[in-house]
Write a protein that binds this ligand. Structure first.
Ligand SMILES: Cc1cc2nc3c(=O)[nH]c(=O)nc-3n(C[C@H](O)[C@H](O)[C@H](O)COP(=O)(O)O)c2cc1C
Length: 183
């Protein structure tokens, strides 16, 4: 698949299922991530691959967070939070190393990691697999990051859900309204 076809045909999958990416496919996906533009070549990215049972690490952390932040939430809602990891067989947590000394500012580290996520998504798409990019409050929670082996100062850029497409999404139209500013 050429790069313009990949960009123009990519869409969030509506539903994902087994199987997730193989070890070889994961290497291609992460390899595409680390080829993203990276000011200072500091490799600010960190990847936590959660496949199968390992997704429970994230589920437990998400449930603990929601119980802590919303102690009166109905049991049903708490359980729903834990089931979110089942959206895909594999979740790649993509984080930026931030809050550490260095001449590259955090915003540029986060941008490099955002570019890495897009590279990864295009690679996933070119491999014939599907993805969803999620964040939400768990991405910004120190305890969730610690449970994943990250530092509380790291910035989670994506929970990239990856799997076989059970129901495809619809690619968006190319729309420029309001985007092009004339001097
Ligand atoms: C930084 C970032 C965070 C996102 N977080 C979420 C999220 O929490 N939930 C969600 O449904 N989509 C999230 N998305 C995915 C976009 O919403 C999604 O790509 C968008 O709906 C467009 O759909 P498409 O991917 O099919 O073009 C996020 C995207 C970005 C760039």
């Amino acid at each position: 698949m050429d790069v313009l076809t990949a960009i123009n045909s990519r869409a969030s999958a509506a539903r994902l299922t087994e199987p997730g990416p193989s070890a070889e496919q994961l290497e291609i996906i992460l390899g595409a991530g680390v080829r993203a533009p990276d000011h200072g070549r500091i490799a600010p990215w960190r990847f936590v691959v959660l496949a199968g049972q390992d997704r429970n690490i994230l589920a437990k952390a998400m449930v603990a967070r929601i119980k802590r932040t919303q102690p009166n939430l109905a049991t049903e809602e708490v359980e729903r939070e834990g089931f979110k990891v089942q959206r895909a067989p594999t979740i790649i947590v993509v984080a930026a190393k931030t809050g550490t000394p260095g001449k590259i500012p955090d915003v540029e580290r986060i941008l490099a990691v955002g570019a890495a996520v897009q590279n990864m998504w295009l690679a996933i798409h070119a491999l014939g697999l599907g993805a969803m990019w999620k964040t939400g409050e768990p991405a910004y929670d120190g305890a969730v990051k610690t449970a994943l082996g990250l530092e509380p100062t790291d910035h989670i850029v994506a929970f990239l859900y990856v799997g076989t497409i059970a129901a495809p999404g619809t690619p968006r139209e190319t729309r420029f309204e309001g985007a092009v500013v004339r001097p």
